[in-house]
Ligand binder design. Structure first.
Ligand code: CAA
Length: 240
């Protein structure tokens, strides 16, 4: 039986690697995106994975988007909440917009998408929800009160939903990546990034594929005893 997986923010960065790894593992994959049409089109041409454009921070947009995905691919078995943005700045300079945009995309999305798939998963007595948190939700990061708050909240959400869902065959886990080689991390000022990499015991950035491999494991039947957990993949930078 082929399972259906939805990956939010699934056409670029870590999300693209997750979509591709699930596709290679024989899932039917839907990759959602919001902004970059050109990147999404290239991704679909390269991989054959369908891309669906909607704002994951908007509940009604998610409802419409998921209905389209389910009518084309089937009921969702695996949800990967990956979509995320940064709007970095120290709190004393942060605008309400910088705060709200990050909460909208990185946290409200997790409620919206999980809320919309959870009833079906409960009825079918199977589901996998994997949400991408961050080392900066575990350790904090100067310049990221908004992002650190959203990523820490994902860990609490994961523990609560795991308790609600265990009896229905649904596992709910988080992954906390460290600094991974993506456009988001490359946007950090080079001197700041060099200092960060210097503090990573493995002395390098992670690769998107190294996060994707963990998602494929957590989505599998073999991972059935893992729930409510946060899996840290950060080169040893923060030993949670
Ligand atoms: N801790 C404490 N103070 C710090 C600091 C830190 N880590 N970094 C800088 N400061 C201090 C500076 O020394 C400076 O102090 P003085 O004014 O006394 O000299 C002050 O804070 C201002 O620093 P900046 O000049 O850097 O301020 P800025 O306003 O130009 O930039 C910033 C602030 C945008 C937050 C910038 O420092 C930055 O981009 N930092 C990187 C933040 C970061 O790591 N983001 C991660 C993005 S990747 C990601 O999020 C993916 C993931 O999950 C890992």
């Amino acid at each position: 039986m082929v399972r259906v997986a939805v990956v939010t923010g699934g056409t670029r960065g870590i999300g693209a690697a997750i979509s591709e790894a699930l596709h290679k593992a024989d899932y039917k994959v839907a990759a959602t995106y919001h902004g970059n049409d050109v990147a999404a089109q290239k991704f679909t041409e390269k991989t054959g994975i369908a891309a669906y454009k909607f704002d994951v921070g908007d509940f009604n947009a998610c409802k419409t988007g998921l209905a389209k995905i389910e009518s084309e691919l089937g009921a969702v078995d695996v949800l990967v909440n990956n979509a995320g943005i940064t709007r970095d700045g120290f709190l004393h300079k942060m605008t309400p917009e910088q705060w709200s945009e990050v909460i909208h995309t990185n946290l409200n999305s997790v409620f919206n998408m999980s809320r919309l798939v959870i009833e079906g998963m409960r009825e079918r007595c199977f589901g996998r929800i994997v949400s991408i948190s961050s080392i900066n939700g575990q350790a904090g990061q100067a310049g990221q009160t908004n992002y650190s708050a959203a990523k820490a909240a994902i860990i609490g959400f994961t523990k609560a939903l795991a308790q609600e869902s265990a009896s229905k065959g649904i596992t709910v886990n988080a992954i906390a990546p460290g600094y991974i080689d993506t456009d988001m991390v490359r946007a950090v000022p080079p001197e700041t990034l060099a200092k960060i990499v210097g503090k990573i015991p493995l002395k390098r950035l992670g690769k998107p594929e190294e996060i994707a491999a963990m998602v494929v494991f957590l989505a599998s039947n073999q991972a059935g005893f893992a729930t409510g957990a946060t899996f840290t993949v950060n080169g040893g930078q923060y030993m949670a």
